[in-house]
Design a protein around this ligand. Structure first.
Ligand SMILES: Nc1ncnc2c1ncn2[C@@H]1O[C@H](COP(=O)(O)OP(=O)(O)O)[C@@H](O)[C@H]1O
Ligand SMILES: [Mg+2]
Length: 507
């Protein structure tokens, strides 16, 4: 019955949906290797151990798990069944741990071959061990007829207690993109760093909060209601916000519900985008009577939880505010360097205002790309240099700060007018410059014609001479506000009103 009752050769069977098989691209070697960890997850493993050799050695990469393994039938019908949809086969959840299945396309196993010329798969199930060797060269030589490529296959008795699956990648061929342990841990930590039932070890060290790039902090305290508390978190670097941010609560080693932000998400002083950079865990030993019976959440108004929440929130908040201030002063410094020349040309009283306006812009647009912020800053400087806007700005400036609501409103209104007016003006100026260019290029044009055209357009010279010299800025302003369609303005206005809310609480 069993088609692998004897050892010999196994073969691929290829589903018609087979596409891009070996050509599947991964962003990095580490991202490719993650496919094998995902497979261990799907196999209900509790542990997966990955060994990455040092670069330039001839040792193999080994990925070993203690999951369900595979019988010889499963190896043939599932493992070697390329491009068969795991979830269509076995459902959305794994059989014993009820995990959400990660497998999709039935090609993850080939990720290993993007790094190695040879892959040895050993899987144990029901007391039998099956081993299979896949040779990349043989596959690529028979790309159009994978089914005909013989894959050396051995089935034998397993050692007692032997379980799971082991993948050995050898004859590694991509030295340039050799996976490093640090980078691999970084790739894995977002998804698996706080999984209690799935421990990942890279070179024998388990993933931890520290693997998230950023500033880490660890504190311990004994609280009145809840006893000893250990808080360990990282504020992730701006560019790489964690995929599932928040802090998990562990009571007596067991995770309660999903990661939480402990009230930071409702804190007006912390932009939501900033709080989404927190990644950590808080552990307590004894007291678990505020945990719901299903261990899926907490009784929020219990004294003990309130106490933990206040503690976690205050410590993380302080760290967030420091990070925030650091980020902003860095950005401000960069921005300043970029626009210093323009600032210097402003009269003293306006310069002071401009500096203030710039730091306000940074606060309002926290989390936006630096490109965008610098474009906004340029527009704001245009506004400050432009008299008509200056009057509006001054009015805003003298609006009572106490009346936060109308101050924010004034800013919002101004923002709308300013953005549309400035961008429209920028666009018209660009058009004018095009016409001017046309005029100048035309052989029939005389010098006096050019003079005539410029007579009423002195903006072309003066400070705006700089504008003319950097058409790129004008172009980018227009592109970034997409002034051609009013929807973009509506979108911007939504953003601005949200930002002015943040600003309102900051002043
Ligand atoms: N480590 C493993 N343990 C048990 N079974 C595995 C393992 N790796 C792969 N398999 C089996 O091989 C199949 C194909 O894996 P893969 O090529 O990654 O595609 P997918 O995960 O999309 O199904 C999986 O669905 C699973 O049945
Ligand atoms: Mg997979």
């Amino acid at each position: 019955m069993d088609c692998f009752a004897m050892s010999g050769d196994a073969h691929f069977s290829v589903n018609t949906r087979l596409t891009r098989l070996l050509g599947e691209t991964y962003r990095s070697s580490e991202a490719a290797l993650k496919e094998l960890v995902d497979n261990a997850w799907d196999a209900d493993a509790r542990n997966v151990w990955i060994i990455l050799p040092l670069p330039m050695t001839s040792e193999a990469i080994v990925v070993r798990d203690d999951g369900s393994g595979m019988t010889s039938l499963e190896m043939q019908n599932e493992y070697l069944n390329i491009a068969s949809d795991k979830r269509a086969r076995t459902g959305e959840r794994t059989p014993s741990m009820k995990r959400r299945v990660k497998g999709r396309k039935g090609i993850g196993k080939f990720a290993g071959l993007s790094l190695a010329n040879r892959m040895d798969v050993t899987a144990v199930a029901r007391g039998r061990r099956c081993s299979l060797t896949i040779d990349k060269i043989a596959l690529t030589e028979n790309e159009n007829d994978l089914e005909s490529v013989p894959l050396p296959f051995i089935e034998e008795e397993a050692a007692s207690g032997e379980i799971g699956t082991t993948i050995v990648l050898s004859d590694l061929d991509n030295r340039l993109n050799f996976p490093t342990a640090d980078r691999f841990r970084e790739v894995l930590v977002h998804e698996y760093g706080r999984e209690e039932s799935f421990k990942v070890f890279v070179n024998d060290v388990q993933l931890s909060v520290e693997d998230v790039p950023g500033v880490s902090k660890q504190v311990e305290e004994v609280l009145g209601e809840s006893g000893a508390v250990r808080l360990h978190f990282t504020i992730a670097d701006g560019k790489k916000a964690p995929e599932s941010p928040g802090i998990v609560l562990k009571v007596a080693g067991k995770v309660v519900g999903r990661p939480m932000l402990f009230g930071l998400d409702d804190d007006e002083e912390i932009p939501l985008k900033l709080s989404k950079r927190v990644y950590g865990e808080v552990e307590l030993e004894g007291n678990d009577h505020f945990v719901t019976a299903d261990w899926g959440g907490v009784i929020e108004n219990s004294k003990a939880f309130q106490e933990i929440q206040a503690y976690v929130r205050s410590i993380v908040k302080q760290e967030l505010q420091e990070t925030h201030a650091r980020d902003m002063s860095l950005q401000l410094a960069r921005l300043k360097r970029q626009i210093d020349l323009r600032l210097q040309q402003l009269p003293e009283h306006r310069r002071r205002y401009a500096e203030e306006a710039l730091s306000r812009i940074l606060r309002r647009f926290y989390g936006e790309s630096e490109d965008r912020i610098s474009t906004i800053a340029e527009v704001a400087l245009d506004a400050i240099e432009h008299d008509a806007y200056w009057a509006v700005l001054e009015r805003i400036n003298t609006t009572s700060r106490g009346d936060v609501g109308s101050f924010a409103e004034a800013l919002e209104q101004f923002g709308l007018v300013e953005l549309s007016a400035m961008a429209a003006q920028a666009k018209r100026r660009l058009e004018f410059l095009d016409f001017l260019d046309e005029l100048i290029q035309n052989d029939a044009t005389l010098e006096q014609n050019v003079h005539k055209a410029l007579e009423t357009n002195l903006w072309v010279f003066g400070r705006q001479f700089a504008t003319m010299a950097s058409n790129a800025t004008l172009k980018s302003i227009i592109a970034s506000y997409g002034i051609r369609n009013s929807q973009a303005i509506v979108r911007r206005s939504a953003q601005i009103s949200c930002c002015s809310r943040i600003l309102a609480t900051a002043t």
